[in-house]
Design a binder for this molecule. Sequence first.
Ligand SMILES: [Zn+2]
Ligand SMILES: [Zn+2]
Length: 356
Amino acid sequence: MNLKKLISIMAILITIILFNTGCSSPEILGGNHELDDSNDKNLMVHFLDVGQADSILIQLPNGSTALIDGGNRADSQLVVDYIKRLKIQKIDYLIATHPHEDHIGGLPDVIKSFDILNVYMPKKSATTKIFEELVTEIKHKGIKATEGKGGIDILNEDGIKFSIIAPNSSDYIETNDYSIVTKLQYKDTSFIFTGDAEKPSEDEMIKKGYNLSANVLKVGHHGGRTSTSEVFLDEVNPKYAVISVEKGNDYGHPHKETIERLEKKGINILRTDEMGTIVLVSDGTNTSIKGIDSTKISKEEDTKENMIKYIGNKNTKVYHSTDCNSLPNKENQVIFESTEDAEEEGYKPHSTCINK
Ligand SMILES: [Zn+2]
Ligand SMILES: [Zn+2]
């Protein structure tokens, strides 16, 4: 088998693993898998691959569900199907971060398809058709949307704290800064979801004195350079930074300045354009990537996962561990099952991630 073929097979395999992860979650949460009982107390966060857009599905350990944004209108079916596959029928907390189409586009169909208990929106309207549709669907369901603003607790029980930390003003120049930013804390682990909030909103969150420290940061505005400022990153200090972005998008997202700021701090960057849908799981103590480096995966996935041990860079002939911060772009990756395999092919170990 030639190398190119092998890489494409591995890419498909990764996709299958991620996809299956999503599908099998209810079982895992139900605890009737080959997993230990503690799994029914897991928090699952799905960053859906909706291209140049955002959609994040959260399965809380108390059994409730939250959805932050719904992708573009063209993603409607994908988002609805994804939620249905997890056998979810109701969404307890629906958050429309701000009225841009890449965030609310899929929501009218989501509202039509599921029971919706609470809706949070910022006090910012738009004159677009999609925004009008969203408002209409919310009305149809007889729901009264709550204005999302800094200081509101969406949920605070059973070791789960889900709170809104932005917007903190009522007037912004950019619609993006109206984004509802949430912090989700489950015992010792925490996530921050920023929507498209940019530096003015980030500065306000710092000034307000919120505890911004989190294990996972959903990077603001698809990795645009006017979000994820250095001071904000200092406050959040995450282990993982998730970027929801489409390959070859018109905006040049993620901007290289943002990537550099993240890399400089040694943060693991997870991108939907490279990984597809990303599922993170927290047991309240640790946060890990499901299907890639999680220790809590089923045996079948484990076998596939074990095949991906090291990633080589075709150009530099250097190989890395899968969680290295300086992995090559997908098109330049070669997968190795062992360091021996890598070295047989003439690859050298990356000094910072391979301990020899
Ligand atoms: Zn936006
Ligand atoms: Zn956006």
